[in-house]
Design a protein around this ligand. Structure first.
Ligand code: PEP
Ligand code: MG
Length: 416
């Protein structure tokens, strides 16, 4: 028997950058759930449109004028609302209701539906996809630049740590925090005038070149591995589309005075990966150069080359790029596609093709933690959700709560 969608409401709230976003409430069979949408700054070209023309205010109007008409329908399953939403939108890129509006509605509805069955979202999702709930390893942004910081910071967007051998979620977070603090001390030694300012995701944003930044992050990771006994891996999100300058056809590393062609930039990244023992490189190149991804993945067989802007959480793009050997991991950002169902398809595409699914926050976040529930429920091996700042730690604390519910020691590993 179906479950009744009783109420849909929306409001404008603010995200961690102070930008307006949409928050919704959905009631299913007397159970109300709330969800808000995050927003990206380094967005992929193939992502759905985040808001209708007119922005979040217009999105709220669309919910009040159009989506409320769905009240009263009977939902035949956890994600049955998604089809109604995409039909109501009627465009291929969700431009009439907005992908951010859609994801908030989709998540809130699935959460309320799960609650009406006495389940948390992660439990209901794990049943839907036949996965045993387990925790993802946290991949934490500790230093960065690019679109998430001001001028002078590294061009590479994110320098990331992953506690490869952590046995529990609590230990995983603790290890990353130890490394983050060590990095702060190393930065102060290197740049005595740098007041430890941070970028959008809570990582330090120092005026420093990419190579020097990586040297310090590697040193902090090594010291932490020695001190805690947990091996800490190092990774990068290059956000290559933002490093690439289409006018000169070069990857522009201004902080180092380097202006490199695609193949030269590939060699630059191979050298960094070898020298600093990288385990993960996200979006190394422009989203329009998948052949360079494949070249890099071929050169660095043990590294997880990961697609974000390249595949935008779309199952068919993930299948295609994993199939051609361009990537061995894919970022899963639910608002890149706009519904829980399409997010499920994307993770399934990873699992079916032996790629690692990396559930991910956006640079503009709220204190919602449903990305943690999605990561656990769908079987993502890794979660990229930042480390420092209330909106980042909210995701980690939710994982610590889930660990209590499913039992300690059920933590996934970074393996294909
Ligand atoms: C990213 O590129 O992985 C990211 C989180 O940034 P944004 O949310 O700005 O796309
Ligand atoms: Mg990215």
């Amino acid at each position: 028997m179906g479950k009744r969608l009783e109420r849909v409401a929306a409001r404008v709230v603010f995200d961690s950058r102070g930008d307006k976003t949409v928050e919704v409430e959905v009631t299913v069979e007397g159970h109300t759930a709330r969800a808000a949408a995050p927003s990206g700054k380094s967005r992929g070209k193939r992502e759905v449109v985040p808001f209708p023309e007119g922005g979040p205010e217009e999105a709220v109007r669309v919910v009040r004028d159009k989506v409320v008409r769905l009240s009263g329908v009977e939902l035949e399953g956890l994600v049955a609302f998604d089809r109604l939403l995409t039909d109501l939108d009627g465009t291929p890129n969700l431009s009439s209701i907005g992908g951010n509006t859609a994801i908030a509605l989709s998540v809130a509805c699935a959460t309320a539906y799960a609650a009406s069955e006495g389940k948390r979202l992660y439990e209901a999702l794990s049943e839907l996809v036949n996965e045993v709930p387990a925790l993802p390893l946290p991949l934490s942004n500790v230093l960065g630049g690019g679109a998430h910081a001001g001028p002078g910071a590294p061009e590479i967007q994110e320098f990331l740590l992953i506690p490869l051998g952590a046995k529990t979620m609590k230990q995983a977070v603790e290890v990353n925090v130890v490394a983050y603090r060590k990095l702060g001390r190393l930065l102060q030694r290197e740049l005595p005038d740098f007041p430890l300012g941070k970028g959008d995701e809570g990582g330090y944003a120092p005026p420093i070149g990419n190579r020097k930044a990586l040297e310090l992050v590697r040193a902090a990771a090594d010291e932490t591995s020695d001190e805690t006994g947990v091996e800490v891996g190092v990774g990068l999100d290059v956000a290559g589309s933002n490093v690439f300058d289409p006018r000169s056809n070069r990857y522009a590393l201004r902080s180092e005075g380097l202006y490199l062609t695609g193949p030269e930039f590939k060699e630059y990244l191979v050298d960094l990966a070898d020298e600093f023992k990288l385990v993960y490189i996200e979006d190394p190149f422009s989203e329009d150069s998948p052949e360079l991804y494949a070249d890099l993945q071929r050169d660095l067989r043990s590294v997880f080359v990961c697609g974000d802007d390249l595949v935008v959480t779309r199952a068919e793009l993930i299948e295609h790029q994993v199939g051609r050997g361009a990537i061995r991991a894919a970022i899963i950002k639910p608002n890149q596609v706009g519904t829980v169902s399409l997010t499920v398809d994307a993770v399934r595409a990873c699992t079916a093709h032996g790629a690692v699914a990396v559930a991910s926050h956006r640079s503009g976040e709220t204190t919602d933690a449903y990305i943690s529930q999605i990561a656990v429920g769908l079987g993502c091996k890794v979660i990229k959700c930042g480390l420092i700042g209330g909106e980042r730690v909210a995701k980690l604390n939710e994982l610590i709560r889930i660990e209590e519910e499913i039992g300690a020691g059920k933590i996934r590993r970074l393996t294909a």
